[in-house]
Write a protein that binds this ligand. Sequence first.
Ligand code: ACM
Length: 529
Amino acid sequence: MLRFQSMVISSCLLLAVTAKKLQAQRLIPQPTQVTATTGVFKLSGTTAIVGGNSAGEAKYLQEAFNNRIHLKLPLQPAAQNNYIRLSLNAKLDSTLGKEGYLLKVTPAGATITAASNAGIFYGIQSLQQLIRYNETNGFTISGVEVKDKPRFGWRSFMLDEGRHFKGAAAVKKLLDEMAALKMNTFHWHLTDDQGWRIEIKKYPLLTKVGGHRDSTQTGSWNSTVYDGKPHDGFYTQDQIRDIIAYATARHITIIPEIEMPGHSAAAIASYPWLGTQHTPIKVPGKFGVHYDVYNVADPKVVTFLHDVLDEVMQLFPSKVIHIGGDEVKYDQWKADAGVQAYMKANQLATPADLQIYFTNAISAYLAGKQRRMMGWNEIMGAKLHEYNDNKDVSTTQLAPGTIVHFWKGELKLINDAVSKGYDVVNSYHAATYLDYNYEQIPLEKAYAFDPIPAGLDAKYHSKILGTGCQMWGEWIPDEMSMEEKVYPRLAAYAEDGWTLPANKNYREFEKALANFYARWSENSIFYHR
Ligand code: ACM
C-alpha cells in the first residue's frame, strides 16, 4: 500500500515536472491556443529568414531581431533547417480570418502561417515574445504551437495632440509599441480647441494661427495658473504621409479625427468667419469645453469643412473618418439669428437636431467619396452633459452606416445604437481613458474591461467592432508624462481587444508583463511602476 502510494506520488510528481517543463509561455495578448511541444529551437546568426511572399514582413523581422537581440539574420529563398519561415496561405482565411496566424516552433525552426501579411506580422510579434536568453544556450525558443486570432477587428489607441503636440518621433515610438501588442488602429485626434495640428494647404492659417497658443493652463481643470510659454506644433502633409507609411508597415490603420461642430476654437481663431461671433478670438490656453462652435448654417463654413475633409481623405487611406461631434455647447447657436432661421427653414426643433442634421450631411459627403463616418456618441442625440438643457435632445435619425464611438452615458445607449443597426466601438470613459490616473483606473480595472457590455443580447455582439483606449492630452505636456499614463495600461487594453474572455487571467497577465517592462526599459519608455 505504502509502496503503491509512493509510486502514485512519484508518477504524479513526474507528470507535474513534465507539465511544468512543457508549460507554454504566457504572451500578451494571450493567444487563442498555446500548446507546448518538446525540443528547443536555437537561434543564431545563421538562422535564415525565408520570407516567401511576405517580403515586407521578412524585412521587418530582420530589423526587429537586429535591433532587439543584435542578430542580423540573412534573408534566403529556402532553408532545410535553422529557419524562420513566413508562409501565406489564403485558405486559412476561413478559420483564422485576416489577422489570425499559426506559429509552430520545432528544433528545426519556426514557421508562421497566415492568410494575410497582417497575420504573418502578428505571428512575428508572438515569436519575438517567446525568445529566451541564457549564457550557455544563447537565444532559444521552446517548442510550441500557437493558434491565434483576435476577438475584435478594432483595437485602437487614441492620441490627442490638439492639447499638446508630441511630434513624429513620439508617434512612431507609440506605433512600435502598438504593433508589439497587436493593436491595429491609431486614432489620431488632430484638431481641438487648443490646437490645430494638420497642415491644410487651402487654409494655411489653421496651422499658422491655430497651431500656436501663447500660454497654457497647468495643474488641473480648475487651476488659474498658466505657464506663460508659447506652445506650437503641427504636421506637414509630407510628415503625415511618412507616418502613415510607418503605420501601414506595422499593419496599423490611422483614423484621423477632425472635430466638428464643437472643439473648434483653434480653427475659429484662425478664421473668425467659421464661428457665429465673427469677432477674433485667441487659441485658448484653458482646457475644458469651450463655447465656440462652427456656424453650420453658413454654406461657406460647410464648404470649408468639405475642403478640409478633401485634403484629409487625400492623405489618409483609411475607410473610416472620425468627425468628433462630442461636447457641443449650443449657446452660440441659440443666440444667432441666422442659425435660428436656418433651423426653422429646415424644421429642426432643437440644436441637437441641427447637430445631427449637419452631421448627416457630412456623412453623405464622406459616403460620396467611399468613406464611412465615425463620431462620439453625442451624435445619437441623447443629452450627456449637464451644461446642455434637458430639452436639447434630438429625434433626428443618424445616418445609417455611421460608427458610433461610445464613451459616455448609460450603457443602455450602446443597446440603443446597436438595436438601431449601428456598429459601435466601445471606449467607455470610466474604463478606457488613459488621462485618468491609476487610482481611477488601476491596471486591473483596465484589464477587466469587456468591450461587450454585460447584458447585451448575443444577437448584437457582432455589432461591437471592438475597443479603443484614449490618451487625452490636457495634462501630459511632455512625452514622459504621457508614457507614464499609457504604460503598462496599453498592454491591458491590447488584451481586452484581442483575447477571448475565457483565456484572460489577470495574475498571469501581470507575470507576463515582466517581458514588456524589459522591452519598455530597453526602448527608453517611462512606464508607471
Ligand atoms: C470626449 O472625451 N470628449 C470624447
